[in-house]
Write a protein that binds this ligand. Structure first.
Ligand code: ASP
Length: 321
């Protein structure tokens, strides 16, 4: 029998396998991306104000990078990074959350672990200092996925998480937005990471939309809409007009386009954000299983950053800077 076809076939196979593994090696073995909300930030804003955001994003990235560098899990990285951004008054999450139409704060958050699709979320909490950590407790310590309102606040008490008065979330900037019934200027926060063990996690936290009706829940605490992570495809955290992200199941659809249609991360994100959503409605940050990352947004700005094991460390607000 002529062995030539077999030899040729194995050569071709070896070539592809090697090439593939080179491609893998080119990519980072850990990666973290963050966002601080999509919107319409004015490029003419004072340099000092820009510096506050860039510095916060850099500090957040460094928290996540240190965890991942030291063999930590992506789940710890995304939780700690989002906690930091919740504690920062410059963002619409935790301290700094926007006001409801009744002048109070109702906070939403979710977290997901791509290894086994486990996830946890809280919606409409009012006294939980760090909603993302309560979301993680929901995921790890209860048989459920989503707790809302007083039940979620009570669960926080039961787990002994740090509680605050609702007025703790007050900030002057969010109050001015509320008084003027203005669009959110401050942004929701989110983080997606791939660790050295190939596990992808995603987390999102928000105060919602300025002047929202009491009880309104957006996309951020909804796995599949505002947050998604799956080791077979990618992790996603969204920001923007929540109702549209819910209707279009944005975060899950990005993963589904990759899994079912073979889209690249970039194609999948752009399909949802640029082709399906109307202009000016939001964006996503995403990481795939091969260590690629991508930011897609159809607004003027999206506060964002990336850090990778291959040495990329970058923060940006507008499309080019
Ligand atoms: N997506 C958030 C919500 O609708 C708000 C935002 O990201 O700006 O609650």
């Amino acid at each position: 029998m002529n062995k030539l076809p077999v030899v040729l076939l194995s050569l071709i196979l070896t070539f592809f396998l090697l090439n593939n593994s080179f491609a893998q090696n080119d990519n980072a073995n850990y990666i973290i991306v963050i966002h601080g909300g999509a919107g319409f930030m004015n490029e003419m804003m004072p340099e000092s104000e820009k510096a506050v955001y860039y510095t916060a994003l850099e500090e957040a990235l460094n928290i996540g990078k240190t965890i991942l560098e030291n063999n930590g899990s992506s789940l710890d990285a995304v939780e700690k990074v989002v906690r930091f951004l919740e504690d920062h008054p410059g963002f619409n999450a935790g301290k700094g959350a926007v006001y409801t139409s009744e002048g109070k704060h109702e906070l939403d958050a979710s977290i997901m672990f791509g290894k086994d699709l486990s996830c946890g979320a809280v919606a409409g909490v009012t006294i939980i200092k760090n909603p993302i950590s309560l979301a993680r407790l929901v995921m790890e310590k209860t048989p459920h996925v989503l707790f809302a309102g007083t039940g979620a606040d009570e669960l926080g008490k039961k787990f002994g998480v740090e509680l605050v008065e609702n007025s703790y979330f007050d900030t002057e900037k969010a109050y001015q937005e509320y008084l003027r019934s203005k669009e959110n200027v401050k942004g929701t926060v989110g983080c997606v990471a791939l660790d050295k063990f190939g596990n992808i996690s995603a987390a999102t936290s928000t105060g919602g939309r300025t002047n929202k009706m009491p009880g309104r829940v957006g996309d951020s605490p909804l796995v599949n809409a505002g947050t998604y992570a799956n080791n077979n495809t990618c992790g996603v955290s969204a920001t923007g007009w929540g109702e549209l992200f819910i209707r279009n199941t944005v975060a899950f659809n990005i993963s589904a386009l990759m899994e079912y249609k073979g889209y690249t991360l970039q194609q999948a994100c752009d399909e949802m954000i640029r082709n399906r959503l109307p202009e000016g409605t939001g964006g996503v940050i995403a990481v795939d299983k091969n260590g690629n990352y991508y930011f897609s947004f159809n607004t003027k700005s999206m506060l964002r950053g990336v850090a990778t094991s291959s040495g990329i460390f970058e923060t940006k607000i507008w499309h080019d800077r």
